[in-house]
Design a protein around this ligand. Sequence first.
Ligand SMILES: *Cc1c(COP(=O)(O)O)cnc(C)c1O
Length: 454
Amino acid sequence: MSNQEINFESTESFARKMDELDSLKRFRDKFYIPKQESGEDVLYFTGNSLGLQPKTVREYIEQELKDWEIFGVEGHFHAKSAWMPYHEFLTKPMANVVGAKEIETVVMNSLTVNLHLLMVSFYRPNGKRNKIVIEKNAFPSDQYAVKSQIDFHNVLSPAFRRQEDEQHFGQNINEKPPEGGTQNALIELAPREGETILRIEDIEKTLRENGDEIALVLLGGVNYYTGQAFDMKRITEIGHEIGAVVGFDLAHAAGNLELHLHDWNVDFAAWCSYKYLNSGPGGIAGVFVHERHAQNFDLPRFAGWWGHDKETRFLMDDKFVPMRGAEGWQLSNPPIFQMASLRASLEIFEEAGMKNLREKSVKLTNYLEFLLNEIKDERIEVITPVNPSERGCQLSIRVKNSDKNLFNAITENGVIADWREPDVIRVAPVPLYNTFSDVYKFMEILKNSLQSAN
Ligand SMILES: *Cc1c(COP(=O)(O)O)cnc(C)c1O
C-alpha cells in the first residue's frame, strides 16, 4: 500500500482500519503510554521532545544494578554485558539508525558537549576562511555553541595555528586572524521575507557567494521549529565544492528520517537520543565522524583516556594515542545506566527498521496534514513543508494571532503537544507508538477547541 494509493477519509472507522493494516502496530505495546486522569491513554505527540519509555528499559537497567551489586568493580569484566566494552554494544544499532559504518559511530556525552568537541576538530578558521554557516533560527544551544567556538578560536587563533595546518588544509597560515569578532564570522541562513522555510537554491547561493570565506557549514538535519528537513546530501556536496567542512545536528532527524551519513559524505554529525530515540531524559548522545577522518590523528582534539587506543589504555602512559574512528573522540568512561536504557530502545529500532518506520511515518503525517486541511479554518496554518521528502514526522501549526488558548484547550482534553513562542504548536506523530486513531482523535479535539474559541 503506497501512500499515493491511499484515499484518506476523515472518519474514525477509516483511522481504525489504517491501524489494523499497519504492519508496525505491535510496536506501540512495547512502550508505556502516559495516562489521563480518566485512565485513558493521553494523545502523545511530543516524541520529538522526549520519546516514551520502552517497557524493556527497566530490565536493562536492573541488570546493571544487579551486576554492580554482585560484582562491584569486577563488573567491568564479569557483568552479563561487561562494562569495559559496553559502548560497543550500541555502535552497530546506532550506526544503522543514521546510515553509518561502525568505525564512524560512537555514543558518548550529550549533544551540545559533542558539538563542541567536534568543532574543536572540524572548525578550523584559517585567515579569510573563518566563517560558520548556521540557520538563523537554529536551536539556541547550537547558536551558543557556535558563537562561543568562534570567540574561542579568535582569541587563540595566532597561537592555535601550527605549521602542520598548512599541510592538512592547504591554506595560507600567514594571513592575519579575522577582525570583527563573532558577528563577522557567522553567516545565518534566513527564509525570504514573508516565508518560513529555507529554499535550497538560497542556501546554495549563500554558500557559493561566500565560498572562500566559509570554514564550516553546520545545519540541523530537521529544523526543530518548522519541521523542515534539509537536503543533506546536496548541502554536503555544495559545501565540499566550496572547500568547507560540513556537519549536521541531527537532534530532530535521528530516528525520524532515513539517513545515509556515510554515502552522503557528511564530515561529522551529532544527535541526542532522548527525542525520537527514546533513551530517557538526558540520555547519552550519538556522534558520527566520516571514515575518511578515521585516521587523521593530526586533527586537534580534546583528549581523554577513553579515546585512547584501547589495547594500551590501561598502561596509563602519558602520551595520548587516539583510537581510529569516532571512538577516538571519547573522553570519559561512559555511563552504563544511560547506555543500558538506550540499548533497550535501539533494540526496538533494529527490530522495526528505519525504512519501515519512515514508510509508516510518511503516511501518518500525511494523514495528520489531510485532516488539518479538512478543518478549513483560517486561524491555523501548517508552516512545515508540504512535500513529505522535506519533512519528518512533525508538523508545526501556526496559530494566527498567537493565541495560546487553543493550545491550552487541547491540552485540557488529553493532548500532549508542545507550544513554541510566539505562535506555534508542534505535533509529532511517531511511527513506533502513535496510531492513525491518535491522529484522528487529535483532529476532533482541535476542531472542537477551535469551535468553542469562536
Ligand atoms: C534538543 C536539541 C538540543 C539539546 O541539546 P542538549 O545538549 O541535549 O541539551 C540541541 N540542539 C538541537 C537542534 C536540539 O533539537
